[in-house]
Write a protein that binds this ligand. Sequence first.
Ligand code: NCD
Length: 306
Amino acid sequence: MKRDLITPLDFSVEELDRLFDLADDIRLRPDKYAHACAGKKMATCFYEPSTRTRLSHEAAMLNLGGQVMGFSDAGSSSAAKGESVADTARVISCFADIMVIRHPKEGAAAVASHFATIPVINAGDGGHQHPTQTLTDLLTIRNLKGSLSGFTIGLCGDLMFGRTVHSLINALMRYPDIHFVFISPPELKVPDYITDALVERGITYEECVSLDDTISKLDLLYMTRVQKERFFNEEDYVRLKDFYVLDKSRLDMAKPDMYVLHPLPRVNEISVDVDDDRRAAYFPQVQFGVYVRMALVLTLLNITVE
Ligand code: NCD
């Protein structure tokens, strides 16, 4: 049975623990894994723009001694001629051992996984899910905080369209003693299906508009960009894009050990004067993303390294 990663819930908490242990071992002893994927090929099929997600999957495969191929623009693939995701997935299965797909339509990765005969990794499907970013976020939190339980996390910005937010909440729901603070303009609130799921599980959360009023009680702050490409009109985007700006003076109100995460790319929501603060964890987070994707590729390809 092939395995895929389409939502963070495709892995149990125990499986995630093993994945993060493997990622930590890869970080500490990269040479041990340098040839683990020799002879294997990864296809990256990106129908939407990306810097980090595509290149970190490719870096992960190259670090493991494997090879990569793919496209980074739907216009240069047969999608431009009208080929379906299902057919593309079948075709890619003849060329590669593992497929990574990013697509603007919600559910596209699930379709690919259904038709591909190789493992499929969802690298973002519309405003829905972004599970490998979530693995990155969880590994980063585990390393910074020492555990994935017992903290208050603020998620700030575009909570409606931000797929990284949806995936992260989805994943964190399974860990004990986490309190969520959702900080957004009223127009960009976290979708009801997510808050409903929290209520169902008896998980506490609060929703608010002001970052200044809440920042001092947070252990982690997950900042996000307003998702321009998912807005229906430019006017709303322009009105909301600079709603939150985390700058040095705001960060001064936070706990001395409150880390700031961001999936990146950042636009204006974190000012560059925060970058030198010890609590700015968004660039180390990118590096964790490579280790966790290496661990993911090994796991999905069922490769163990002694
Ligand atoms: C995120 C995405 O594509 O959803 N970026 C990423 O993969 N790190 C976040 C974003 O684009 O805002």
